[in-house]
Design a protein around this ligand. Structure first.
Ligand code: PMP
Length: 456
């Protein structure tokens, strides 16, 4: 397909007006729109052009959705093909050739022998809907109600998914420690910290007075995304697999954000080699359009017809875009590319951290990277307290240099970089240059404020 370079966007006054009307008319609950006051009008790959006439390098990628960046030619071609074919666009959960092709491509990517026993449920279009489906599935299959979930988790905004997320309190959910090096709950980090976290889980499950409601499943992100880019150690994840398997508890891997090559393997569970019982998939599988599924072991498939229904489970354009994306990532080895480039970028971010005391930690896996911003203590205590104000300032400085980054983590103090897997070496250099510049500028103004005693 011929790729024509679009003409540059002419700066327009529309930009201010659109932002003003948005602030007047849209909900107080709007999120990205607050910290990223831009008006995207055109996009290609890593680049977004705004109505202000400026170009931005987009390292938010639709919150990790855009494996191939914006408007990749293979995605556009797949969408156009469906549109030109006269195929129905709305089909509930009926069979179609487009869906058949998507399922075949999806099954071809599944780890290990998963596909041999896999069933797929097409869910409503958002990741959170697939999380709900996974919870219903394991609750039906086990006849139990409890759920094991982790500190720092994020699984979505519908009630079951929200209850499983770190900020929630729910009597059915038992909160278990997610291991992390920098802010290890046991104060030791590393393998020892992960071992203690696993032992805590094991003890709690086996303690008849542990107060744990009979668990229908355990839900875990192989790398916590919204929680601040915290990769689960491979050995710990294998322990979770063993612990759940030995006790007949289905293990649900929430790969909504980590899937499709993002972390350096096609699915993030492949790093540890585990096979979960259920995988929750969304974001990148729709090739930038809304699509969410669960894939699971057929042994669990004992829920009745309509157990998890929904009008919008047949998005043909998303399935076509998703098929093209999955195939492109697989055929072009983009997971391996994410692993290599991610390692390099993390190394460069760590070098940067050495020069900036406000960087407490740099972590990640593949092209899912996080930089935790802290307020260093005069006595050098680590971990230092988070500095959400400075993180927000870094985000603003990035934006003013044409770089879009996301904030995440416990106090929104982790700057997150989620570039598309198609990012070139030159673009990666530009991203890191802009980030380094923004970090230095924000740090300078923080210093000035400390001297003058003013606040953000
Ligand atoms: N699970 C994970 C791991 C996520 O990162 C997200 C979204 N950030 C969700 C579930 C929810 O997906 P959605 O926003 O599409 O409902």
């Amino acid at each position: 397909m011929a790729v024509t370079e679009p003409a540059p966007v002419a700066p327009t006054v529309a930009h201010e007006g659109i932002l003003r009307r948005q602030a007047q008319r849209e909900s107080a609950a709007r999120t990205y729109a607050r910290s990223l006051p831009i008006v995207p009008v055109r996009a290609r790959g890593l680049t977004i052009e705004g109505a202000d006439g400026r170009r931005y390098l987009d390292c938010l990628s639709g919150a990790g959705t855009l494996a191939l960046g914006h408007n990749h030619p293979v995605v556009l071609e797949a969408i156009r093909k469906v549109l030109d074919s006269g195929a129905p666009l709305h089909v509930l959960d009926l069979a179609t050739p487009v869906k058949d092709a998507f399922t075949s491509e999806l099954f071809a990517t599944l780890p290990g022998k998963f596909a041999d026993h896999a069933k797929v449920q097409f869910c409503g279009p958002a990741g959170t809907d697939a999380v709900e489906a996974a919870l219903t599935l394991v609750r039906t299959a086990t006849g139990r109600n409890g759920l094991l979930a982790f500190t720092g988790a994020y699984h979505g905004m519908t009630s079951g998914a929200l209850a499983a997320s770190g900020g929630a309190r729910d009597v059915q959910v038992t909160r278990l420690p997610f291991p992390q090096d920098y802010r290890c709950p046991f104060g030791v980090g590393g393998e020892r910290g992960a071992e203690l976290a696993a032992r805590w889980t094991e003890n709690l499950l086996d303690d008849p007075k542990g107060g744990v409601p009979a668990p229908a499943g355990m839900i875990v992100e192989p790398v916590q995304g919204e929680g601040g880019v915290v990769p689960a150690p491979d050995g710990w994840l294998r322990r979770m697999r063993r612990i759940t398997e030995d006790r007949g508890i289905p293990l649900i891997a929430d790969e909504v954000q980590t899937g499709v090559g993002r972390t350096g393997t096609f699915w993030a569970v492949e790093h540890s080699g585990i096979t979960p019982d259920v995988m929750v998939l969304s974001k990148a599988i729709g090739g930038s359009l809304p699509l969410a599924v669960i894939v699971y072991h057929s042994d669990l498939d004992c829920w009745p017809p309509g157990a998890h229904a929904g009008t919008f489970r047949g998005n043909q354009l998303a399935m076509a875009a998703g098929t093209a994306t999955l195939a492109y990532v697989r055929e072009n080895g983009l997971a391996r590319r994410a692993a290599q480039l991610g390692d390099r970028m993390l190394g460069q971010l760590r070098q940067l951290a050495g020069r900036h005391p406000c960087v407490g930690d740099v972590r990640g896996r593949g092209l899912m990277m996080g930089v935790e911003i802290v307020a260093p203590e005069p006595d050098g205590t680590t971990p230092a307290p988070t500095d959400p104000g400075l993180a927000a300032e870094i985000q603003r400085e990035c934006l003013s240099r044409g770089l879009i980054v996301e904030l995440g983590g416990r106090h929104s103090a982790v700057v997150r970089l989620l570039p598309p897997l198609t990012i070139t070496d030159e673009q990666a250099v530009a991203v890191l240059d802009r980030f380094a510049d923004a970090l230095a500028a924000a740090e300078r103004s923080a210093l000035r404020r400390t001297r003058t005693g003013s606040s953000y």
